[in-house]
Write a protein that binds this ligand. Structure first.
Ligand SMILES: [Fe+2]
Ligand SMILES: [Fe+2]
Length: 266
C-alpha cells in the first residue's frame, strides 16, 4: 500500500465534495457568498461550524491511522497512542454526525476542506504530530471551548455536554503530540526544528493574519441560532484555560494572542 496518500483517495460517498479551502472560497464568492463559510454573521453558522468540525474529526481519525501505517518502525508506544487516537476520533466523528442531525443538517451538506489531510504530507512522524496534534488540535481546543460557551448562551445542554466530552479527549491528544514531538526528535535539534516549523505554518495559517484574540477582548455580534437570539464572538477566540490544560505554555498562548503564529514547543 502507498504511503502519504493524496486527499482524493479518502473514502467518501460520491455526493461528498472534498476540496482545497481555496477552491471552496472561490466557489462561495462566485455564488455571491462570503469567502469563508461558518462565519458568525451567517444564518447557517452553527450547522456550517459543526460540519467543518465533523469533517475534521473524520480526517483526524484517518490521519492517525495513516501515521500508524506509514511509520511501522516507530516506537511501539507511539503506535499504540496513534491507534488509541483513531478510536477517539471515530467516536468524535459519530458525536458530530449526531449533532449535525440534531441541528437539522447532515455530513455532506457543505463542502469538506482538505486542510487537516495536508498535514499528513510530511515524511516525519514528529512533524505530523506537531502539525496535527499541536497545531490543529490546539485550534480544536479554541473552537470547542467557544462552542461550549455558545451552547451555554443558547441554553442547549445537548451541544454543551457533547462538545465538552470531545474537548476532554482533544486535550489529551495535544499532550500526546507534545510528548512525541519531543521524544521522536531527542538528540536531533534539526529534526525538532523542522517539526516545529511545520507546526508554525499551521498556527500562522489559523492566526488569520493576527486577527484572533482572547475571550475577554472578542467583539460580539447578535445572531439568531436555532430559534434563539444570542450574542456570539466575532471570530475564533483563543482558549487559554483549555490550552494550558493541554500543556501549551503561557508564552506559546501569548504569541498566538499577539498573532505571531510562531510557537516554541513545550
Ligand atoms: Fe477529535
Ligand atoms: Fe483529536
Amino acid at each position: 500500500m502507498q504511503r502519504m496518500i493524496a486527499v482524493d483517495k479518502l473514502a467518501r460517498p460520491e455526493d461528498h465534495i472534498l476540496v482545497p479551502a481555496e477552491r471552496s472560497r472561490k466557489a462561495r464568492v462566485e455564488q455571491g457568498l462570503t469567502p469563508n463559510g461558518a462565519m458568525p454573521y451567517e444564518e447557517d453558522f452553527l450547522k456550517a461550524r459543526l460540519h467543518g468540525i465533523c469533517a475534521g474529526e473524520f480526517q483526524a481519525m484517518e490521519a492517525a491511522g495513516r501515521t500508524l501505517f506509514d511509520f511501522p518502525d516507530s516506537p511501539w508506544e507511539f503506535q499504540l497512542d496513534m491507534a488509541r487516537q483513531v478510536w477517539d476520533e471515530s467516536r468524535h466523528a459519530e458525536i458530530y454526525m449526531k449533532l449535525l442531525d440534531y441541528t437539522g443538517s447532515f455530513y455532506g451538506e457543505f463542502p469538506e476542506s482538505e486542510v487537516l489531510w495536508s498535514c499528513t504530507q510530511a515524511e516525519d512522524p514528529a512533524a505530523r504530530v506537531a502539525g496535527i496534534n499541536r497545531g490543529l488540535e490546539g485550534l480544536a481546543c479554541d473552537v470547542f471551548e467557544q462552542l461550549i460557551r455558545l451552547a451555554q448562551n443558547m441554553g442547549d445542554e445537548v451541544i454543551e455536554r457533547s462538545v465538552d466530552y470531545v474537548l476532554a479527549d482533544e486535550i489529551t491528544h495535544v499532550r500526546m503530540g507534545s510528548k512525541w514531538m519531543r521524544k521522536l526528535t531527542e538528540g536531533d535539534p534539526e529534526r525538532f526544528k523542522k517539526a516545529q516549523d511545520f507546526q508554525n505554518n499551521i498556527d500562522e495559517l489559523f492566526s488569520f493574519g493576527g486577527t484572533r484574540t482572547t475571550v475577554e477582548r472578542a467583539g460580539k455580534i447578535k445572531q439568531h441560532v436555532n430559534g434563539k437570539d444570542i450574542e456570539i464572538d466575532q471570530g475564533i477566540t483563543i482558549a487559554r484555560e483549555s490550552r494550558l490544560l493541554a500543556g501549551f505554555t503561557e508564552e506559546e498562548i501569548d504569541r498566538l494572542v499577539k498573532g505571531f503564529g510562531k510557537s516554541q514547543a513545550y
